[in-house]
Design a protein around this ligand. Structure first.
Ligand SMILES: C[S@@+](CC[C@H](N)C(=O)[O-])C[C@H]1O[C@@H](n2cnc3c(N)ncnc32)[C@H](O)[C@@H]1O
Length: 240
């Protein structure tokens, strides 16, 4: 299986850097301030897969002392451009020792595992992210609900990819982000909620909470599927 990080090129990085919190993306971030307030003590944070820095700036606005890390230099260049005083570092898979060990209260990962293939690779990365955390630290991992890839959403179209219906955990699925200027499909890795739970357990994490935010009546967006099915799943994890 050939999987290429859809976000690892200048065109997608440019398009992604213009994205704030429209439509379905709003639901990824809407409840996070409260979730962070309930589960996280302290302010030292790593934003794993920071992309163009949207999720890092979000943490910083909430008072976190956050360092963004990513494998895409194009994304990091955008993040640095938009937050010149911020700290953004290029990493390779599992090599996070430059960031210290057991020093962080939070590792946040938003939409990153959607782009990481392979169970062993994911397990290795998760174990290494766990080593960044203090004993009291938590990993907050937000990824796409596997139900996403066969439905229509305010920010996404999947009707062009009926083959997504056959996907199993670990397979590549395709989706079009209708909120960005670049209409080329993005490839994600399909992973069910049950298999996420198994993955976290095999990497030594204990599940503390799961959130599945749905759209609500009266919100200023035209929800399509969002009121019936949560587009994102948020896992709160502690090192077991
Ligand atoms: C969809 S973007 C999300 C960016 C950001 N978290 C946000 O919410 O705006 C996913 C990011 O994860 C990065 N990524 C993919 N695989 C990664 C890996 N193995 N390690 C670190 N970052 C990775 C991509 O380069 C991309 O910037």
């Amino acid at each position: 299986m050939e999987f290429e990080n859809s976000w690892g090129n200048p065109v997608k990085a440019e398009a992604y850097s213009k994205l704030e919190f429209p439509n379905t993306y709003y639901l990824a971030y809407r409840d996070l301030p409260e979730i962070l307030a309930v589960h996280i003590q302290g302010v030292k944070a790593i934003d794993f897969g920071c992309g163009a820095g949207r999720s890092t700036r979000f943490l910083k606005n909430l008072g976190f002392d956050a360092v963004g890390i990513d494998i895409s230099i194009d994304m990091l260049n955008k993040a640095r451009e938009m937050d010149p005083g911020g700290e953004y570092q290029l990493v390779t898979d599992g090599n996070y020792h430059g960031l210290g060990s057991h020093e962080y209260d939070l590792v946040q990962s938003i939409f990153t595992f959607d782009n990481i293939p392979g169970k062993e690779n994911r397990t290795h990365i998760l174990k290494k992210l766990g080593e960044l955390l203090k004993p009291s630290g938590k990993l907050i991992c937000l990824d796409t609900n596997s139900e996403m890839y066969t439905r229509q959403w305010a920010s996404f179209s999947t009707r062009e990819f009926p083959e997504n219906k056959e996907a199993k955990t670990g397979d590549i699925v395709k989706i079009i982000v209708t909120d960005i200027d670049d209409p080329r499909p993005v490839e994600d890795i399909y992973w069910t909620l049950e298999d996420y739970k198994k993955l976290f357990a095999s990497a030594g994490f204990e599940l503390e909470a799961v959130y599945a935010p749905k759209g609500k009546e009266g919100e200023p967006f035209t929800w399509i599927t969002e009121k019936e099915i949560a587009p994102w799943i948020i896992y709160v994890l502690k090192v077991g």
